[in-house]
Write a protein that binds this ligand. Sequence first.
Ligand SMILES: [Zn+2]
Ligand SMILES: [Zn+2]
Length: 280
Amino acid sequence: MNCPACAAPVLPGHAFCEQCGIRLEGLPPCTACGGAFEEGYCAQCGRRAPAASDHVELVLDSGSAGASDRGLRHTHNQDAMALGEAEGLQLAVVCDGVTQSPRPETASTLAAQTGVTILAEELKAGSTQESATRAACARAALAVAALATSLDDAPACTYVSAVAGPDLVTVGWVGDSRAYWLPDDGPAVLLTDDDVASAGVLTAWLGADARDAGCRALSFVPDSPGLLMVCTDGLWGYLDEPVSFRAAVPLEGTRALVEHALASGGRDNVTVVLIPVRRA
Ligand SMILES: [Zn+2]
Ligand SMILES: [Zn+2]
């Protein structure tokens, strides 16, 4: 049996596809017409069955939290996030599947998971934060490129990573997903440059058709406690002024930010991770 949404093999009896998160069975009737869902779609009106990826929240013991939502206009959540910890450092990767590419949610999910896995491996092996950041991004790029069957069938996504500790914070990125530093006192600082042309068109992404998936990286020493925020354009597109969200509990902060994006129109998938940076 294969997933009706992404064609990944699924075992009989599994409720969700492990590849794309779509719900496979045990669904209530279609909310639009009362029809039954078959193979991921309503047999009567064609509405897509709700997927586990439509709204996702993650929280770690360290307090790092993430929230991702399909938004109000898209039929799929093509964003993905992964969180982790290694060597006392907080790790996160957020990716935004390129809608114009095939299977964007497969690209973003694979890139996020590969990124955090390699960050942790590299840090445990003694790499510096910046070299771990570059190695993880390069491996994620290779993994996404390997999804392509040809240059015309090349899944693609953006990528932004965070390695955060009280002594040093490192971010790495390809494309227009962003990282911000939100010190407890003082204005928010945008850490990443969007890899886009002036028309807002992406000039850098992960994928077999990318001209150059060279990771850009930046490190800084935090001079006060604060929050590191990593997000997709579905959020920052709705944040006009320097970000002023400084929730004491990161999970509540991510919920407030997602709700802000939805209340502002929710035109895109929205994903945000907040990492507390402070001495234990
Ligand atoms: Zn699937
Ligand atoms: Zn229906």
